[in-house]
Write a protein that binds this ligand. Sequence first.
Ligand code: HEM
Ligand SMILES: *[C@@H]1O[C@H](CO)[C@@H](O)[C@H](O)[C@H]1NC(C)=O
Ligand SMILES: *[C@@H]1O[C@H](CO)[C@@H](O)[C@H](O)[C@H]1NC(C)=O
Ligand SMILES: *[C@@H]1O[C@H](CO)[C@@H](O)[C@H](O)[C@H]1NC(C)=O
Length: 495
Amino acid sequence: MAWACRGFFFALLPILFSRLPSEPPLDRGFVPWLGHAVEFGKDAASFLSKMKQKHGDIFTIQVAGKFITILLDPHSYDSVLWESSCQLDFSKYARLLMDRMFDVKLPDYDPNEEKVMLRSALQNKNLPSLTKAMFFNLQTLLLSDPSNLSRQWTDEGLFHLSYGMMLRAGYLTLYGNEEENYNDPSCQDKDRAHSAEVYSAFYKLDQLLMRAARSMLTAAEKKEAANLKGHLWKLLSVKRLNSKANKSLWLESYKQHLEELGVDEDMQPRAMLMQLWATQGNAGPAVFWLLLFLLKHPEAMAAVQGELEKVIRIRGQTMKQMQGISQEMLDSTPVFDSVLNETLRLTAAPFISREVLADMQLRLADGRKFSLRKEDRLCLFPYLSPQMDSEIYEEPEKFKYDRFLNADNTEKRDFYKGGERLKYYNMPWGAGINTCIGKFHAVNSIKQFVFILLTNFDLELKDPEARIPGFDKGRYGFGMLQPENDIMIQYKLKD
Ligand code: HEM
Ligand SMILES: *[C@@H]1O[C@H](CO)[C@@H](O)[C@H](O)[C@H]1NC(C)=O
Ligand SMILES: *[C@@H]1O[C@H](CO)[C@@H](O)[C@H](O)[C@H]1NC(C)=O
Ligand SMILES: *[C@@H]1O[C@H](CO)[C@@H](O)[C@H](O)[C@H]1NC(C)=O
């Protein structure tokens, strides 16, 4: 009898909320061990917002045997972002994902040091050469291909166009051109063909990576992923990369770093593929959402077009004559900047996660203290708050192109929650040690693509009534969201 009672007691355990009073409320779910893994993987945003309604802005959930504490109070994010790496580690989980997604196993190295080195290759004095190369490569893809220069309307999926062009030009910019003499049209043909081959395999692989990260691929999908990776490793082999012209300093630095670690010639292309995903997986989807919002909001499109014309006219130029777009010009577009930030607010959804290495106490901005256990994971999800938080943004689900502008076109920076001004109100690029190292290059690339496209082509939705598609919900937590389905547009060269 006593045993039966105990069994009954234990059966109820999963719905008791706390482990210790000092710990965040615990929600194990009803499935032993797996806990909330299924809901979490299917649609993390709606699952976590349900948990938030139930428990508040800090709670712990069980997911596939792991306890994950979710913190959703942006006023308290600093206590995680700047905590020392002996208590909260950001690289352990990243290494697990590297292996699951890209079969990458690297010897021990200091991830902070690597970040500093690669960041400097993408920023400051190294930024102008990237910007110039990106301009050239975008022209190769968009304006030099005779088969594309039609004055007839051509139909194309907007997602396919955006992701394809950004990935291909971004890849050529970082990894180099096929041949030295790259003003020669036949060299440009080779760049077009090679980058299209990379994109085609990469795109298919990208569709499998989220479930690979969760170890949820079927046997057939595993085989497909292995084939695609094999193909891409060949395209990114040591020999092929060595033979390229106009390689970026970023590529040279990363290669040298791998060699110094003693990484062999079979592992190097795997690391290069992982970097292709880290560097090229986000900008294309961002451009898709941005163009779609502009096409669906004519007043926003008019404001961006007007600003663009003005920026070019003031400098006495036409886009067609331009050999490049100067940084000064790229920095003179407050309306576009607000459009981009608003787009990213709505569609960027990375997790910021840490492994808890030692039992510790987390102090929130309101003074509450919570104990965290060694070996649990701590996770911020800025997409739910601040980005989609209705206490911070009016009608947070709506695209408002001037949300980040004051009446005089200067940048709006004051946003509040609970009466307190927020330090973090939009976090598409991460924050603290988890800030995107390619941010400035990414912004320049996105602007250049959109400017070249809007000044050279007429662009329309095939179906003006087409609805903005929902998200592929399995991608929450991994950066930019992708649409559930593509949207058809038509475009033609301007007269
Ligand atoms: C809209 C475009 C982009 C967005 C929203 C974005 C956002 C992010 C975020 C949130 C992270 C995670 C930071 C972390 O957890 O440590 C990240 C990492 C990274 N990003 Fe970006 N990114 C974008 C484009 C780019 C581009 C174009 C590059 C190209 C150079 C790039 C290079 C990287 C790299 C190399 C990392 C990994 C840094 C590390 O070693 O931890 N990103 N990005
Ligand atoms: C590409 O390489 C060629 C020859 O090495 C050089 O003349 C040219 O300036 C480079 N272009 C860019 C955009 O880096
Ligand atoms: C250019 O043409 C190729 C082949 O005709 C096509 O696959 C590609 O999508 C086109 N790109 C653009 C921007 O029109
Ligand atoms: C957009 O966000 C970036 C930070 O990612 C910031 O530097 C820039 O000033 C913002 N611009 C506007 C208009 O919000």
